[in-house]
Design a protein around this ligand. Structure first.
Ligand code: ADP
Length: 689
């Protein structure tokens, strides 16, 4: 059905009379004053008589219709009507003139007028009857609606498009809501139905924030302001579903505008993140739990644990025990040496020699970036008390995220970090001292009866051999020889124990003199070759003498221990090769190589410690005390040398002894006190490969 109408269409009603006192000049529609009066009005105005002729038109009507006033006057109104409306309009006009009254024309209809240029324009028309004398006119106020109609069309189209898109978006998982400028819901997709529980039918037209009891962290106005300013907003909202359940959504909102920039609606896309948030909350709570447990463990640990940074070992973190061990407060950020100085603390080795900064484990670990374990130091506090400690240190590499923590923020990205642990070993040291004391007493007490036993066994054998007394039966001779061997072994063990107690007490003294080490090595080989038939002892040595400042007796003891071990720990026999070579101008190295049982890798670090034996040595049933190497290394170190080894389980071992050579300049020199150096070797943890 066509709902369009031409200009003007009368309806039933009554004509208006002129008010009392109306200026008489205005009674004439063609008078200039009447004309001027009409020109003042903003709408296009035309006056039509009962015959449908245009009798007056104001200036604005020329703008709307494109005709000048002269062109309009006297013309039939048909001039301004599109062809298709002319007949029906004439009918309406006749009707209107019968009962004229003030009213808008064609309510609910879309009216059109014809312009001079042939174009049609949408118009809105108000009609007003005017009786002048005995004549009846109609004044029609015509408003050009082109712009409004266009805007309305666009608006309808946009909303239609959004609705279509909204339909498509029904497939989306997210809740998608379209709200008009008054927050009334225009679109509610299936995602929204699923999430909130209201059907689209129930939700449409409701005020969304009220329906969902939306809670915005910064307040609703903040969202509105952001939307107005930037056209969009993103953030988290808490909303209440139909069943009362609280949901947290990640919301993205954007304004939808028409071409003129008028806000048509707000598009809101909400994603339910309640589950994610719940999991995050749980994870945070769990993490906090773990952290507090770790912190508790860290604080309660019986060792002093400090996290330090940078080459000066600045303190980052420390547990309670740090205060106990140092007897002073090491303040966060304070470099290690500054801390020692400010509290008059000194650190020494076991012999009491003060250690320089380059020797302190806390600083070494940061410089060398290598783990150091169980190193012995002594802390001398300001009050003079001494604390023996075992120090272990571990270089740390922290992930950048770990450095975000409050206390680690001051750490530069490339700065070295280390964890340093000081363990108070006073009780161990006391137990050790007791053990040493016992060993010393036992060894001394054993010495005299052992000497008697050895002496008498030897005397019995020798005197009988010489024909003094009755000859011995073979079993008696064998028993005596067994006694002699046993007592010799016991005497050797007692000597080792005595050496150990001397070493611990700092009384193991060297009698050093310049001597060639090559003949000494050959002599040891000569002495030990007869003790085995299954091993071939070989020596590779340079022709020239290699003179070092040595205690020949003690060096022989060292070499004897190494060669005896090579024999003992190669139960299948085979070659035992000794090599001697100069290491540059400054040193000589002696190596003892066997192809025996070797030392398990995991125990290599501990071999050389007091009474330390490898598990495979015991498994093979090879007897030993674990003292020989400990003493050997202490003796070599007392010579200013170094003892180390390389070994592979099941393939054999090579032990090395490096001694400084005695040379004209720069080498080892005989000095006063050199033969009487008090040195207690500490079991170095770095033994092994
Ligand atoms: P022991 O009296 O036990 O031989 P040492 O102090 O001489 O004591 O040696 C300590 C430990 O080192 C030995 O018990 C053994 O486990 C290991 N060991 C020493 N030398 C060798 C070697 N040549 N081959 C294999 N293991 C060896």
């Amino acid at each position: 059905m066509d709902d369009s109408q031409g200009v003007p269409g009368p309806e039933a009603g009554t004509a208006q009379s002129l008010p009392v006192g109306f200026p008489p000049e205005l009674v004439d529609v063609s008078s200039p004053l009447f004309c001027q009066f009409l020109d003042l009005l903003p709408d296009a105005l035309i006056v039509v008589d009962e015959q449908g002729r245009l009798v007056q038109a104001n200036a604005q009507s020329s703008v709307v219709f494109g005709y000048s006033r002269q062109e309009l006057l006297g013309q039939s109104l048909d001039l301004l009507l599109p062809e298709r409306f002319r007949d029906i309009h004439r009918l309406h006009a006749a009707h209107y003139f019968k009962a004229p009254r003030l009213r808008p024309m064609g309510i609910g209809l879309h009216l059109f007028a014809l312009r001079k240029d042939g174009g049609e324009i949408p118009v809105e028309i108000s009609l007003s009857p005017l009786r002048l004398g005995d004549r009846l006119y109609v004044i029609a106020a015509v408003r050009d609606m082109t712009a409004q109609r266009r805007a309305e069309r666009e608006r309808a189209l946009l909303l239609q498009n959004l609705t279509v898109q909204g339909e498509l978006l029904n497939q989306a998982y997210d809740a998608i809501i379209l709200r008009d400028p008054l927050d009334r819901i225009l679109l509610w997709n299936r995602g929204a139905e699923r999430l909130y529980g209201w059907s689209a039918q129930e939700a449409l037209g409701r005020i969304s924030t009220r329906l969902l009891r939306t809670d915005v962290p910064g307040g609703e106005n903040a969202v509105r302001a952001a939307l107005e300013r930037e056209g969009q907003w993103e953030g988290e909202l808490t909303q209440v579903c139909r069943d009362g359940r609280l949901v947290v959504v990640e919301s993205r909102q954007a304004l939808v505008r028409d071409q003129q920039g008028q806000v048509l609606a707000t598009l809101e896309i909400n994603r339910d993140i309640s589950e994610r948030r719940r999991r995050e909350r749980e994870a945070r709570a769990m993490l906090a739990g773990h952290l507090s447990l770790l912190e508790q463990l860290f604080e309660e640990m019986p060792f002093a644990v400090a996290l330090v940074a940078g080459p000066t070992a600045r303190l980052l973190l420390a547990n309670q025990a740090v205060r106990r061990v140092w007897g002073a407060e090491w303040e966060a950020g304070q470099p290690f040496l500054a801390f020692l100085r400010s509290h008059k603390i000194a650190i020494s080795d076991l012999r009491g020699k003060e250690l320089g900064p380059e020797e302190l484990v806390t600083l070494r670990v940061l410089r060398e970036q290598q783990a150091i374990s169980l190193y012995q130091e002594q802390i001398r506090r300001a009050d003079g008390s001494l604390l023996p400690v075992l120090v272990s240190a571990l270089p740390l590499r922290l992930a950048p995220e770990a450095l975000q923590g409050e206390r680690l923020r001051q750490v530069a990205a490339e700065e070295p970090l280390a964890l340093v642990i000081h363990q108070d070993v006073t009780p161990l040291k006391e137990a050790d001292e007791l053990k040493d004391e016992f060993i010393s007493i036992a060894a001394h007490e054993l010495r005299t009866p052992l000497a008697a036993l050895t002496g008498y066994a030897e005397m019995l054998l020798r005197q009988t051999e010489r024909g003094h007394g009755p000859p011995l039966a073979p079993w008696q001779r064998e028993a005596l020889e067994e006694i002699q061997q046993g007592t010799l072994r016991l005497a050797a063990l007692t000597e080792e124990l005595l050496d150990l107690s001397r070493l611990q007490a700092g009384r193991l003294q060297l009698q050093r003199l310049p001597a060639d080490v090559v003949p000494l090595v050959r002599q040891v080989v000569r002495r030990l070759q007869p003790t085995t038939t299954r091993h071939q002892l070989e020596v590779e040595a340079p022709a020239q003498p290699l003179v070092a400042l040595i205690d020949p007796h003690r060096l022989e003891q060292v070499l004897t221990n190494l060669v005896e071990n090579a024999i003992k720990y190669s139960p299948q026999g085979g070659p035992v090769r000794l090599r001697i070579w100069p290491d540059g101008q400054q040193a000589v190295v002696i190596s003892v190589e066997d192809h025996g049982i070797g030392i398990p890798r995991h125990q290599q670090g501990q071999i050389g410690g007091r009474f330390m034996r490898a598990e495979n040595a015991r498994a093979w049933g090879i007897e030993g005390t674990g003292l020989g190497l400990y003493l050997a290394r202490a003796l070599v170190e007392q010579h200013g040398g170094r003892l180390w080894f390389e070994s592979e389980e099941g393939r054999g071992s090579t032990f090395f002894v490096r001694l400084p050579l005695l040379c004209e300049e720069g080498g080892d020199q005989l000095e006063s006190g050199d033969t009487g150096g008090e040195a207690a070797a500490s079991p170095s943890p770095e033994a092994g490969t």
